[in-house]
Design a protein around this ligand. Structure first.
Ligand code: SF4
Length: 694
């Protein structure tokens, strides 16, 4: 592997998409070092610093692997054999059981080009409606709430550096100090109000710098948001002129907030009434304020309404659609934004178009050279799709791209059972993830620094991902895999190009006129260093700040949502007396399939743990460092006890980056949000037990 002189690209992991140079490091292996860029300002977290290690890892896959019997070991195969095998099995299933017998599972980590081509491949080559992706687990609730409130969802509808100019920033269920450390540089100036049941690193930082930490009981965030709205109105702090001029639906929303006096809010959430009043005052009287939400607000069976309650608060204070203030969602996955715009979501076509919109279908069908009637309708959301696998009417084959649902999906043991039940499980990955290891075929694909493409970061900013190195012999890109399979299924070659530039051109045309319009995006603009934020309807356009004149609803107004508080999908009881919440660590990313294979990161956080209040641990007879079983109504997880005096006695926390017996998602609840279809990762009723013999 030879690395050329330093080449600028972006980190393979989270949505901050920090800029970095990849160059030859000590010993001749590729290495990363930070580059100047508005989101990271010359910083990287430890994941970024170590990202190059996996490029030359002995653990990466470089040959297609195939087996015809899951009780036997994988054997190496050549690409023609592997792709012929997959295509033949897919076609046979389609013939015998219809197109919806085959399904595709994508990822918020895929480039825009891959996301687009994967959606086209599913709908056109396979003819299936069964496509969805792991972004459903990430920020679908914020997307649903943003669309409902503003008529359009873009994670941050403003450049991230804007936030640094505010006086106050409220972070609801976001822990960037742990998950996106360079983002904290933007929060150095404002006072922070951290809303989190845990005393997270971000909450610590808020307190150290004169801000606040509001710690609601898990699952009660909507009540807290309603309480803040109530307190602000009672003290005459709402922006009534803004509400009248730029919004609709305030009175209906207020009817839900009217009962949430600070004392009532305290009863439901546990946050002292005086803190509720003080936080409302701090936020409402700031000269410039932002409300930002993260996974803690979103990953609930009421995630859309929870985010909506925070948006209602922001609207009532007149924050969105103005320079120097606003509402935004901190996207998680690397291409969490672009990945949800171009067709790998069950209900969407490219350009953020709805698949049930006749005009959208006609437009996209025209670009694809087919009739609108040829396109399937809406499919199943991720959890529902995984749940249907192997059933009489469900998919019997699953193609997985860049995702590891055996670890990352809720109620993971059930998901692993469903994955084992299909006739054909094919995974495209560069390591043997837990999902890949369960399947029939594993196709080794290129990594981030070995391929061209574009990503859309948390600000809606388009970025160029550059091929720094050639992939190892025997490895292909995801685009080449999709193209090769499509050809074998009988599609003309020109319909599924493997070249990222050609795909980007077509994506631009397909998204043109849609909400997420990329028709003016070009590799040349990005190469020239232009700042390009979508929508980009022409080659000179860029939209760094949205909604300054009007929101995207036809009347130009933002809409309050009439949302109240409701309990979680399950409650604690005598058998399951504790609440489990899950979250991320600085050293790992998503299911950990990549970061657990990087020596420094694996050494820092080698195994699952459960964070427990000392009294709670003592009641369960558990000592520090002892292995425990955490047991929910769905399954059991093995985790090492870490006692924390500042933890809530009623709540335990588990990172979700580990697989098998240590998978936190063995515990989590697949109850779904009615709008976003987000599962309830953040609230599971559990108990602690000693893990004998562990
Ligand atoms: Fe930046 Fe995120 Fe990569 Fe860390 S993981 S270097 S915060 S993009």
């Amino acid at each position: 592997m030879s690395t050329p002189a330093a080449t600028r690209t972006h980190c393979p992991y989270c949505a901050l998409q920090c800029a970095m140079h990849v160059e030859t490091g000590p010993g001749g292996a590729p290495a990363t070092r930070p580059a100047e860029f508005p989101t990271n300002r010359g910083g990287l977290c430890r994941k970024g610093w170590t990202a190059a290690e996996l490029l030359g890892s002995a653990q990466r896959l470089t040959r297609p692997l195939l087996r015809t019997d899951r009780d036997s070991a994988f054997a190496e195969a050549d690409w023609d054999t592997a792709l012929d095998f997959v295509a033949e099995r897919l076609m046979r299933l389609r013939e015998q059981r219809g197109p919806d017998s085959v399904a595709v599972f994508g990822s918020g980590g895929l480039t825009n080009e891959k996301s687009y081509l994967l959606g086209k491949f599913a709908r056109l080559a396979l003819g299936t409606s069964r496509i969805d992706y792991n972004g459903r687990f990430c920020m679908s609730s914020a997307a649903a709430a943003g669309n409902r409130a503003f008529g359009l969802d873009r994670g941050l509808p403003f450049p991230l550096p804007d936030v640094g100019g505010a006086e106050v920033v409220l972070l609801a269920g976001a822990n960037p100090a742990e998950t996106m450390p360079p983002l904290m540089g933007h929060l150095a100036g404002p006072r922070l109000i951290a809303v989190d049941p845990r005393r997270s690193a971000t909450a610590e930082s808020a307190l150290e710098r004169g801000g606040m930490h509001l710690a609601p009981r898990p699952g009660t965030d909507p009540a807290l948001a309603l309480g803040l709205l109530h307190a602000a109105r009672t003290e005459g702090l709402l922006d009534t002129a803004y509400i009248a001029a730029r919004t609709s639906g305030f009175e209906a929303a207020w009817r839900h907030a009217a009962a949430f006096w600070p004392e009532q809010t305290e009863q439901v959430t546990g946050v002292p009434a005086e803190q509720v009043r003080a936080a409302a005052r701090l936020l409402a009287t700031a000269n410039g304020a932002y409300v930002l939400t993260g996974r803690g607000a979103e990953q609930h069976a009421k995630g859309t309404d929870t985010v909506a309650a925070w948006i209602n608060l922001a609207l009532a204070l007149g924050l969105p659609g103005r320079e120097g203030s606003g509402y935004g969602c901190i996207t998680g996955q690397g291409n969490g934004q672009g990945g949800r715009e171009h067709g790998q979501k069950a209900d969407q076509l490219p350009g953020y178009r709805r698949i049930d919109d006749p005009a959208a279908r006609a437009h996209v069908a025209g670009i694809w050279g087919v009739e609108a009637a040829d396109l399937p309708g809406a499919g199943l959301s991720a959890v529902e799709l995984l749940d249907a696998l192997g059933s009489e009417t469900g998919p019997r084959a699953l193609l997985v791209f860049g995702s590891n649902p055996a670890v990352s999906a809720p109620d993971a043991e059930h998901v692993r059972n469903r994955l084992s039940s299909v006739d054909l499980l094919v995974t495209c990955d560069f390591v043997m993830s837990e999902t890949a290891a369960m399947g029939d075929v594993v196709l080794p694909v290129a990594q981030w620094a070995e391929e061209e493409g574009t990503m859309t970061n948390l600000e809606g900013r388009l970025l160029r991902r550059r091929a720094v190195l050639a992939p190892p012999a025997g490895v292909r890109t995801d685009l080449e895999v999709i193209s090769g399979l499509a050809r074998r299924i009988g599609q003309p070659e020109h319909r599924f190009p493997a070249d990222a530039g050609t795909v980007l051109d077509e994506l631009g045309r397909a998204s043109g006129g849609g909400a997420a319009d990329y028709s003016g995006v070009s590799a040349e603009r990005l190469e020239a260093g232009e700042e390009v934020f979508w929508p980009v309807p022409d080659p000179a356009a860029s939209t760094p700040r949205m909604f300054l004149d009007a929101f995207a609803h036809p009347d130009g107004r933002a809409r309050f949502a009439a949302v109240g508080h409701r309990p979680p999908a399950e409650e604690t009881d005598a058998d399951f007396p504790l609440i489990a919440t899950t979250g991320r660590l600085m050293g790992h990313y998503q299911s950990g399939a990549q970061t657990r294979r990087i020596a420094e990161l694996a050494a820092a956080e080698p195994e699952a743990y459960v964070e427990v209040h000392p009294e709670t641990a003592a009641r369960a007879g558990l000592a520090e460092e002892q292995w425990a079983h955490v047991v929910s109504r769905r399954g059991t997880t093995l985790a090492r006890v870490r006692r924390r005096a500042d933890a809530r006695p009623d709540t335990v926390f588990l990172p979700f980056h580990y697989g098998g017996a240590q998978a936190a998602n063995n515990l989590t609840n697949a109850a779904l949000d009615p709008l976003s279809r987000m599962p309830e990762f953040k609230f599971a009723a559990v108990r602690l037990e000693k893990a004998d013999g562990a």
